[in-house]
Design a protein around this ligand. Structure first.
Ligand SMILES: [Zn+2]
Length: 128
């Protein structure tokens, strides 16, 4: 029997679906959706044996229903310490993605507003 909060996302590095439990608490104090949930997981499969167990920075984009809208994965250098350059790259990638999502959110909100106005106009016309 599947647990309600158990979700899966496709990891293009391990080339498989990973399961993850998303707790409802994650939704608390969020101002906008989808939000990004960032964590590390270990690489499970690789043609290169040295890569197994490497840290993979995972960014999930989660909506208000705890559904995973997108997943981004990035292999970190096989050291315990995140190199400063790596960190800067990761951060800029995340910021880029956030910007992209913000843009589509703005567009949707704009379209929603336009539709509401059109709906009001139609209602008023029908009322006469
Ligand atoms: Zn993976």
């Amino acid at each position: 029997m599947a647990e309600p909060d158990k979700k899966s996302y496709y990891c293009s590095i391990c080339k498989k679906y990973h399961e993850i439990v998303l707790k409802k608490e994650l939704l608390k104090n969020r101002e906008s959706f989808p939000f990004s949930h960032i964590f590390l997981h270990k690489m499970e499969l690789s043609a290169d044996i040295d890569d197994i167990g490497a840290d993979i920075l995972t960014t999930l984009f989660i909506d208000a229903n705890l559904a995973i809208r997108g997943a981004e994965v990035r292999k970190l250098a096989t050291t315990d310490i995140i190199a400063k350059d790596d960190f800067t790259n990761i951060l800029s990638q995340i910021m880029e993605e956030m910007g992209r999502l913000q843009d589509s959110l703005n567009k949707l909100q704009h379209e929603n507003k336009a539709l509401k106005e059109e709906n009001e106009l139609l209602k008023r016309k029908a009322g006469k």
